[in-house]
Design a binder for this molecule. Structure first.
Ligand SMILES: Cc1cc2nc3c(=O)[nH]c(=O)nc-3n(C[C@H](O)[C@H](O)[C@H](O)COP(=O)(O)O)c2cc1C
Length: 352
């Protein structure tokens, strides 16, 4: 893989990476620059993090906290064990920087293609939000807490499983959020936006009324812990409607999630197989989307005199993009794809 030193082996399946990863060569960095920020009640060493996705279990969370990412999100869990989509789960794609106002419908994932420049990596990912049984992940989180370095914020992400009615979906979000709180995370994130599930679980954020109802249900059940929502790319009126519907119930808004597109091989066939024509695209090409989203969300926050924190992910692949997103108004800048292929990115961003 040339210059790339990924911690996640995309040539192997999810379970292999879950059980054996993260794959890291060399020691953890020392003497990283500190820029303490207060996030909720936690004094965090630096406003940099890894969003939900890459940190598959406690071992992964601990590794990235030690690598210098003080805001760590445990990968989205469910209230029941749930399988992962079959391998392959990640493929490199070849694309221009995506225009947030005109995102492409189709993106190319050439066979045998590996980008050389880690700063330009863009991938498609498709996992379908797998989960271990809650008894497993609750114990894993409980064990992890005592090992995390001081100045780390541990967020737990969850999703409700759709079983036929929106009432059941709301209840399942509330149940799962309560289990995360019980396990001991410091904040709970509700994922309303996975581009890799086809049953409506992934596009909740495009429905402000349903999003609000879910938040109300979770709030009724889970008290005394900050709540975040994770959303996909919304801009303009749609972002405003979402924020107005939900702002009262949350302490943080996280986005953007991977952008859904049809991902194809050179001959036009679906790159992940015919059952998965569409999947999420993330990494470098998402940067302009994340930037525009952050600017608008930050503006709305001012206009509404709201107090939520902004957790931005999308296309942060180097030091420069970290500062761009921070200046656009993000309270915390998150990086997923780049942190997967260049785990030492935190050292570059936090150079003393
Ligand atoms: C391998 C992988 C798995 C992901 N899984 C999740 C997930 O379980 N829940 C979630 O909210 N987002 C998930 N995401 C989306 C990321 O949190 C992030 O929003 C997106 O990748 C954009 O950031 P990036 O450009 O830095 O990768 C995943 C992303 C990747 C690359």
């Amino acid at each position: 893989m040339g210059k790339l030193k990924p911690t996640y082996d995309i040539s192997r399946d999810y379970l292999f990476n879950f059980e054996n990863g993260p794959f890291l060569e060399g020691p953890f960095p020392e003497k990283l620059r500190e820029e303490p920020v207060k996030l909720f009640d936690v004094e965090v060493a630096f406003p940099l993090g890894v969003p939900a996705g890459l940190l598959l279990n406690g071992r992964w969370v601990l590794c990235y906290a030690r690598l210098g990412y003080p805001v760590v999100v445990y990968k989205t869990v469910r209230s029941k064990k749930h399988p992962c989509h079959p391998w392959p789960n990640c493929l490199f794609v070849k694309t221009f920087m995506i225009d947030p106002y005109n995102p492409p419908d189709t993106i190319l994932a050439p066979s045998n293609y590996t980008p050389e420049d880690p700063k330009k990596i863009t991938i498609t990912n498709s996992f379908g939000m797998p989960s271990m049984d809650p008894r497993w992940w609750q114990e894993d989180i409980d064990r992890l807490k005592s090992e995390l370095p001081k100045g780390t914020l541990l967020i737990g992400s969850c999703v409700g499983t759709y079983t036929g009615t929106s009432w059941e979906l709301k209840r399942d979000f509330a149940r799962c959020a309560a289990m995360l709180k019980e396990a001991g995370v410091q904040a709970v994130e509700l994922n309303l936006s996975c581009p890799n599930v086809g049953n409506g679980e992934g596009s909740i954020y495009t429905d402000p009324d349903l999003s609000r109802e879910i938040l109300q249900e979770v709030r009724r059940e889970v008290k005394g812990i900050p709540l975040l929502v994770k959303i996909g790319l919304l801009l303009g009126k749609k972002l405003e409607e979402f924020v107005k519907a939900c702002v009262f119930y949350v302490e943080g808004i996280a986005g953007v999630n991977s952008l859904q597109a049809r991902v194809v091989r050179e001959d036009g066939s679906p790159a992940l197989g015919k059952d998965r024509e569409k999947s999420g695209v993330c990494g470098w090409a998402l940067r302009r989307c994340a930037l525009e989203f952050t600017r608008q969300l930050s503006q709305l926050k001012k206009e509404l005199k709201a107090e939520f924190l902004i957790f931005t992910s999308g296309g942060v692949t180097d030091r420069e993009s970290f500062f761009m997103i921070r200046e656009a108004g993000a309270d915390v800048v998150m990086t997923c794809t780049a942190a997967m292929f260049n785990p030492l990115l935190a050292r570059e961003i936090r150079k003393p």
